[in-house]
Design a binder for this molecule. Structure first.
Ligand code: RTP
Ligand code: MG
Length: 148
């Protein structure tokens, strides 16, 4: 089992798409193991996007992530990193495949609705940056009990 870090970015929150994003990840078969709704500080945004410091879009990206609340989540499943990035689609919504979140709800790379970790190593680092160990919920998903 693998875990990955996911953000519903400020545009997703403002547009009322948190539920849609969660719905698609649930339908994919992934399991939610942590979630919190928060206003991101500049400090947290800069740590999260440290890899992009110096790029032309960096300043705008930090302003975007801090511009409204976000929903931060950890999802678990087999190859969760790859699976979530497939469901999100390509970074540029105009290059994302139909049926992906970024395609179905957007057009602008600077308003692309979601973030998802791009490797298991980065997922671990991002999970520890955004969540305390005690905020992770250890639970068993039992379809037999809930679907009959
Ligand atoms: P993310 O980190 O948010 O999951 O997105 P990603 O891996 O698909 O894309 P990445 O290359 O890591 O870029 C991070 C975020 O920066 C914004 N961006 N803007 N204006 C631009 O050319 C540009 N390029 C990237 C996007 O919000 C992207 O998700
Ligand atoms: Mg990225």
């Amino acid at each position: 089992m693998e875990r990955t870090f996911v953000l519903a970015k400020p545009d997703a929150v403002q547009r009322g798409l948190i539920g849609e994003i969660i719905k698609r990840l649930e339908q994919r078969g992934l399991k939610l193991v942590a979630a919190k709704f928060l206003q991101v500080s500049t400090d947290l945004a800069e740590q999260h996007y440290a890899i992009h410091k110096g790029k032309p879009f960096y300043e705008g990206l930090i302003r975007y992530i801090c511009s409204a609340p976000v929903m931060a989540m950890v999802w678990e499943g087999p190859q969760a990193v790859t699976a979530v990035r497939q469901t999100m689609g390509a970074t540029r919504p105009t290059e994302a495949a139909p049926g992906t979140i970024r395609h179905d709800f957007g057009l602008e790379v600077g308003r692309n609705l979601t973030h998802a970790s791009d490797s298991p190593e980065n997922a671990q680092a991002e999970i520890s940056l955004w969540f305390k160990p005690e905020e992770m919920v250890d639970w068993k998903q039992s379809n037999e009990t809930w679907i009959s």
